[in-house]
Design a protein around this ligand. Structure first.
Ligand code: 5GP
Length: 219
């Protein structure tokens, strides 16, 4: 997928969207079809759902452990969602870079905005913010009920958060629809966005080109 001979992975691809918008399924599919993507495994204080594995789905931490990591400056971003804390460890982004891959993050809106604000610190890495728009709130509710992983009050809380999250879409670079039964369409849209972003002419590309052209540095 990448323009292999010139492209040096340096993207931090942020995928957001309301709970139930299908983010995880879309990201799973993206990672399976594109070996240049590496999923950033988030840390959280929420309890594992049945089948979730520590270190694979999340790094499950106690609140005390999470707060200690905040104090130690280990997070690129973190946010409270519902009654729990969620955050991206800087080490996850470094691991992706060391592996020569673009990092892909599934995070909520407040965390995404923190990443956007840190654009300077991320350099030469570059963030791209993509928002998955669900077909309707009724569909979201139906999906969350079918998933059956939250209590009634948690579900209501997630739907309320969903509404406030959609209002923040103006801070994102791209939106992608996730129509009912249309996961493949969302995956293809995101693949197209990533492919275009990998073809951007930026400082990193110039850095790659210079030695090829026999140029040491450019003012
Ligand atoms: P869930 O409990 O459904 O796994 O996740 C709840 C919300 O937290 C989702 O919107 C998910 O995208 C978000 N989330 C997951 N990991 C992170 C993270 O590292 N940082 C932030 N800010 N949000 C996250």
């Amino acid at each position: 997928m990448a323009n292999t001979h010139l492209y040096k992975p340096n993207l931090v691809i942020v995928i957001s969207g309301p709970s139930g918008s299908g983010k995880s399924t879309v990201i799973d599919s993206l990672c399976k079809t594109d070996e240049t993507l590496q999923l950033s495994v988030s840390a959280t204080t929420r309890n594992p759902r049945p089948g979730e594995v520590d270190g694979v789905d999340y790094h499950f931490l106690t609140r005390a452990e999470f707060e200690k990591s905040i104090q130690q400056g280990k997070f690129l971003e973190w946010a409270e969602y519902g009654d729990n804390l969620y955050g991206t460890l800087k080490s996850e982004i470094a691991d992706a870079r060391d592996a020569g891959k673009d990092a892909i993050l599934e995070i909520e809106v407040k965390g995404s905005l923190q990443i956007r604000e840190q654009q300077q610190d991320l350099a030469p890495a570059r963030s791209i913010l993509i928002f998955i728009v669900p077909p309707s709130f009724a569909t979201l509710e139906k999906r969350l009920r079918r998933r059956d992983t939250e209590s009634e009050s948690e579900l209501k809380q997630r739907l309320d958060i969903a509404k406030s999250e959609v209002l923040e879409i103006q801070h994102y670079d791209y939106w992608v629809s996730n129509p009912q039964g249309g996961i493949q369409q969302s995956v293809q849209q995101i693949q197209t966005i990533i492919s275009a972003e990998r073809s951007r002419i930026d400082a990193k590309l110039i850095e790659t080109l210079n030695p090829l052209l026999g140029i040491d540095s450019v003012d």
